[in-house]
Every structure is written in C-alpha cells, then in structure tokens.
Design a protein around this ligand. Structure first.
Ligand code: ADP
Length: 500
C-alpha cells in the first residue's frame, strides 16, 4: 500500500513528546512490511537543510481564506537508526519561513504561538497538494492529533470529487485527547470552510473550534495508542467532553499500543551510555548508575535511584510527586527528574532541589542523551500519570532493566505487570502499579518497591522479565496494516454508495 503519514513532529528532526517517536518509527516499520510510506511534516527553523541533507522536491502554492502561501518542498530519507543506513521512507518537509521558520514547534517562551490555527490549517491544506505535486496517489492518508486533523475536513470539503482523493482510506490517530487544538469560534472564518462545518455535528465544541473533533468526525477510521485508553476515552472521566462523539463512532475506533524503536532504545548498543549492557550481563548497568550519580552531582552510593523524564504537567502526576516530596526525601533513595513544562512545577522542583541537594537532582530542559542515561542508570522509573494514552518511557525502562512504578491507567496498565504476590511467584511481574491518583498511594508504592529492592532474587527476576518484554513496532505495524485495509474498504464502499 501507499501511505501518506502526516505528523507535526517527527524524530529525530523535531520532537516535543511521544508523537515524534511514533512518527519516526512506525513509518519505518510499515516500510519493513513492504509498504511505500511518505511522511509529511512542517519544516521548523531548527531543522537544518545541510545537516539533514535535504533535497529540493520543488514548490507548491496554496490559497486559503484569500491569502496565497507558497511552500518549498524538501525531502530526505527517514534515518533507520543513528548508526545504520536510512530506511526507504521519504520524509517531506513543507517549508514556509513565515509560518514555520521559528525555533519552537507550537510555542515560544512557553506561550502558544498566536497564529497556530493559521499555521496548521495551511499546513493541512498544503499536505493535500503534495500527492498531486509528486504525481503519487496514496491509498491511505494517516493523520495524527489536532495539527493534522483538518486534512480530513479539507479532503471532504474541497476534494471529495477529485479522482485522486475519492477512494482514499483515511485514519486519524489520537495521541492525547488533552490537547484538542481549541480556538475561538470567531476564528472559524480563517479556515475557508462552508458555514455548515461549524455546527455541533462537525467542528464546533460549545461555541469554540475544536480541531481534534474535526478529525474524529471526518476521518474514515479512528484509533488511539493503547487498548485501555481507547476504552477510557469513551467515558466522561477521560473523554474531555468528546466522549459522546467517540461513542457514536465506537465501531470505527480502535486501540493499538505504540511500539518501541529498539534501534534507538537498547542498552546493548546505546551510544549515549558509558557502558552497554544486556540481560545476560548487567555489570554495565551498575557503571551507568555510578556515571549518572556523578553527572547529577549526587553521592555515589548503593541506594535505590528513581528516574523521571517527563513533560512537567499535572497530566503526568508531577504535582503528586511534589506533594509527596518531603516524605519521599525522608527515605533512603535518590531521585533524578528531567523535564520541562509548567513554570510553577519547574519552580517547585528547583526549590526542592536546593533543600535536598544530596538526594534530588532536577534538570529543566529537553535533553535526549541524558534521557537515555537516566533510563540506564536508574533502578526505578516513576510515572504517576493521571491519564496516559500510551506512554513510552515505561517501555523504555523495561528494556533498560529499570523497574517502572506507574499509575494504573491507559497504556501504563497495558504494559506493566504489577508486583502482586502471585505475579512475583509466577515470575511475570515487571513493575509496580497503584490505582488512585494520590500522593499517599504513590508513597506506599515507592516504599514497597524499596523493600523489594533489597530482596535481590525477586528484583533481578523482575528486571529480567521487563528486559525480555517485546514491544517492538513490527507487531503494532501489522495492526496498523489491518486498519489501513479496513479504511480503504470503507472508502470504496462509501464511494460506491454515493455513485448509486
Ligand atoms: P508524552 O508524549 O505524553 O510527552 P510519552 O511517554 O509518550 O509522553 O513520550 C515522551 C517522550 O519524550 C519520550 O521519548 C521521553 O523520553 C521524551 N521526553 C520527555 N521530556 C523529555 C526531556 N525533558 N528530555 C528528553 N526527552 C524527553
């Protein structure tokens, strides 16, 4: 199949979170299954043409709401891994200096760019011109999150009679319902759509414009990134007000667990580590722990070291950690936090670090190499998320022999096997899980983990169970392949129905 994969961030070129990891890995896994995949993404200021070896693929023009936009199209191959040859996937960058030539992806100095609606509506409209420009007809268009949701609306409004697009299957993936792409209703005019697209059945959400909803209504099939989150979002607790739309579309809604790119996340050949290691020889992990303690200015000693790498938001339960911090710091442990996000949370963490310099190290920035060293050097990894569509770090932790402590929600519930007495006895346990989003439960679970840390037999069994778990993309890519076929069948049926 020919697949056009649209995403607003793609690793290793531009990343703020898990979406980039997925967009950098799933297309390559689909190519391994024999599909022809092209990824389309904005060309942000930080993507250097020379360094990435981008080649020109010509220009294309788009007119939207009376304005003319002229894009340059640049391309390169998706790197399969840092040290391997490129994959056959072509990454296409839509380049427009005025819209995307800035350092941030969505924000500058922590504040959303005021023209995000224009940036991503024009990007979505331009993405639909790319197949024409390349004379390449995709069988499927796969969009991700609100930034690309308008692709499906523009296809419906402007191109449904066009032979190139008529029978295209469409799939929209929700990576996080908490980021709906909300804009004032008055800005609807900027989208250049007929007025009947601004109704509660379409893009309107209580008087506002909700772009994620646009994807939910206009894409042929929908999916999210874990089976549990797929069920959760159909309830008021997790649905962010969109549970009604999601329930209406439940026959078209699927949950496919994200995978891990084991080329990038594998302690046996991770270029960022001071010593590689694997499940047969864990000596390197001890070296990595010492190196991490030194790098984070913590005393080098044999106490449980807990890692966190996260956006600093209440979604990730960082506020629960802050609430529990004084109690946590009474325990004989160390905590390393790498993250960036809400200014208030950043301040709290930094001031706590000043109070507990021997036990707490906080790094407020985005640092991919350090993220790898934390995964390797920590004994435990903390993810107390209030909700978690899939979560990648717990899966990275499992592979690095770093035992996750997670809240039972979304993809965390689908990937971590709790250290209950029976799971421990069977040897299946690979982590710790708690139910309530409370600092009290978090503390109780950390205490339990510390107790087991001293029982090395159990501990190594859990580490080995985690390291043996396989969340490779190849399995998830096969699930996506099935959805693409279904999306194409659905589009063909609809086309036939419209013609008779
Ligand atoms: P989300 O997409 O909700 O942020 P995920 O767990 O799905 O959460 O993915 C987060 C990704 O971003 C992981 O690859 C994680 O290592 C990375 N990440 C998050 N914050 C940082 C940071 N400050 N520095 C480096 N990597 C980070």
């Amino acid at each position: 199949m020919r697949i056009l994969y649209a995403a607003s961030e793609v690793a290793p070129f531009a990343k703020t979170g898990g979406l980039a990891d997925v967009a950098g890995a799933l297309p390559a896994a689909l190519a391994r299954l024999g599909h022809e995949v092209k990824v389309i993404t904005p060309h942000y200021g930080a993507v250097n043409k020379k360094r990435e070896g981008l080649q020109s693929r010509g220009d294309l023009a788009v007119k939207l709401a009376g304005k003319d936009y002229s894009f340059a199209l640049w391309a390169c191959r998706l790197p399969a891994a840092a040290d391997l040859s490129d994959s056959p996937v072509e990454v296409l960058f839509l380049s427009h200096e005025g819209l995307f030539g800035r350092p941030g992806l969505y924000q500058g100095k922590g504040i959303d760019y005021p023209d995000n609606l224009e940036r991503f509506s024009v990007f979505s409209r331009a993405a639909l011109e790319v197949p024409k420009k390349l004379n390449w007809r995709p069988d499927v268009i796969h969009g991700n999150d609100w930034q690309t949701a308008l692709i499906f609306v523009y296809r419906h409004a402007h191109l449904s009679a066009d032979p190139l697009y008529r029978k295209i299957g469409t799939l929209f993936t929700i990576h996080n319902l908490g980021y709906p792409g909300l804009f004032p209703g008055a800005e609807f005019v900027k989208l250049a759509l007929p007025p009947d697209y601004f109704t509660p059945d379409a893009l309107e959400f209580y008087g506002k414009l909700n772009l994620l909803k646009a994807g939910l209504v206009f894409a042929g099939l929908l999916n999210t990134v874990s089976p549990t989150y797929c069920r959760e979002i159909q309830t008021p607790e997790f649905g962010q007000g969109l549970e009604g739309v999601l329930r209406i579309r439940r026959q078209d809604l699927f949950g496919i667990l994200n995978g891990v790119d084991y080329q990038q996340w594998n302690p046996a050949h991770d270029p960022y580590l001071s010593q590689p290691y694997d499940v047969r020889s864990l000596k390197g992990k001890r070296v990595c722990k010492e190196a991490l303690q030194k790098e984070c200015h913590l005393p080098v000693k044999e106490v449980p070291l807990i890692g966190m790498i996260t956006r600093l938001t209440t979604q990730k339960g960082v506020d629960l950690v802050i609430e529990a911090l004084d109690e946590l710091m009474r325990l004989d442990l160390q905590l390393v936090v790498l993250g960036a996000g809400e200014p208030g949370i950043q301040q709290e963490l930094k001031s706590a670090m000043r109070r507990y310099p021997e036990k707490l190290s906080v790094r407020i920035h985005f640092d991919e190499p350090l993220a790898h060293r934390i995964e390797a050097g920590a004994d435990l990894f903390l993810m107390p998320s209030r909700y978690e569509p899939c979560g990648l770090n717990q899966m990275y932790s499992l592979r690095y022999g770093t035992i996750p402590i997670v809240r039972k929600t979304g993809g965390l519930a689908d990937t971590v096997i709790d250290a209950t007495p029976s799971n421990l006895a069977e040897g299946t346990a690979n982590g710790f899980m708690f139910e309530l989003a409370s600092s009290h439960e978090l503390l109780t679970t950390v205490r339990l983990a510390m107790k087991l840390f001293r029982e090395k037999n159990f501990w190594y069994r859990m580490m080995r169970a985690g390291m043996a778990a396989d969340f490779s993309w190849d399995r998830s890519a096969k699930e996506y392949e099935k959805l693409y076929r279904l999306a194409v069948e659905k589009a063909a049926k609809q086309d036939k129905a419209q013609r008779t």
